[in-house]
Design a protein around this ligand. Structure first.
Ligand code: ATP
Length: 292
């Protein structure tokens, strides 16, 4: 294993044209952002309100958007940036996997779910044949409290949003990636299931040597889950540190505003709610609820 940072974002900027095609106005969606994730597995949260630039940053890490300036490296190797020799797409997909906000968009309505998992294992050459791919899929599914047997032959309509997000996570785990970039992964999941997904990230980080970039507008799950939190506002990082330090000593008025937006239980937030929810997390072997 290399000692290079899992992810090294250096002075990255993304400038969009604002105000139409012929307008000279520009917008710094991400403005001179630098972030380093050391090699130890961790959850690194990027928190901010709508429009703060979180998704643009995540999309640059996922190579879905090109940075206007700056470089991004993965395990010491260039991932994005002008004039750099980038890591190949194949290798990139083995090392970095996305989880998106809407699990219903992650799968087609016309294909059984298992076909996605098998295809991922075969395309990324994690297994040499279909039998091997099924085994790999089963391992990934068991990591999220499911199994190949339970999902076989089922379609997206037969799963709840929470189950589908678990399936997205299982698919992301198939290549045994070093980094998962999760963009608002629980915001469309039923509130009662949110903590079970959040706890799954914690468990995967600890058991599988995977780091997470967790993008969210929700400071309370970031606080519960993260090793490090950065707060973004108008494309810039305005606060950064361990969650406890940020909450006890927010340096920016903007961070305090985000904290104030969190519903409180009496005057103490949010530990009580979160810990209670964590206790209700279903165990890994809990039977899957099927709507089929
Ligand atoms: N393709 C684009 N063209 C022009 N402007 C864009 C584009 N994508 C994003 N923006 C603008 O960049 C800014 C940052 O957007 P971004 O989606 O990164 O923010 P965000 O914090 O993720 O917000 P949300 O949570 O609503 O997705 C916003 O002002 C947005 O309107």
């Amino acid at each position: 294993m290399t000692d290079a940072p899992v992810l090294d974002i250096r002075a990255v900027r993304k400038v969009y044209k604002a105000g139409g095609l012929f307008s000279a106005k520009t917008l710094n969606a991400v403005d001179n952002v630098s972030i380093t994730l050391d090699p130890k597995p961790q959850v690194f949260s990027i928190v901010g309100e709508s429009g703060s630039g979180k998704t643009t940053l995540a999309r640059m890490v996922l190579r879905l958007v090109e940075p206007t300036e700056g470089t991004i490296s993965l395990l010491g190797r260039p991932l994005a940036g002008k004039g750099v020799e980038r890591i190949s797409d194949f290798e990139f997909r083995r090392l970095v996997q996305p989880i998106f906000q809407n699990p219903f968009e992650a799968f087609s309505a016309y294909l059984p779910i298992e076909s996605y998992l098998i295809r991922t294992a075969l395309n990324l050459k994690i297994a040499p044949n279909e039998a091997g791919a099924k085994e790999v899929a089963d391992g990934a599914l068991r990591s999220v409290g499911l199994s190949y047997e339970r999902i076989r032959g089922k379609y997206i309509r037969q799963f709840s949003g929470g189950e589908l997000q678990r399936l997205s996570i299982a698919r992301a785990l198939i290549p045994n990636p070093r980094l998962i970039v999760a963009d608002e992964p629980v915001s469309m999941v039923d509130a009662s299931l949110r903590m079970s997904i959040v706890n799954l990230f914690k468990q995967i980080k600890e058991e599988k040597d995977v780091s997470f970039v967790y993008i969210t507008h929700d400071l309370s799950t970031a606080y519960y889950l993260s090793d490090t939190v950065v707060i973004m506002n108008k494309g810039r990082i305005v606060d950064a540190g361990k969650p406890q330090d940020i909450l006890n000593n927010p340096t920016e008025a903007y961070t305090r505003e985000l904290m104030d937006a969190i519903p409180r239980l009496g005057e103490r937030w949010p530990e009580i709610d979160l810990l209670k929810a964590a206790e209700e997390t279903p165990s890994r072997t809990a039977p899957m609820r099927s709507r089929g």
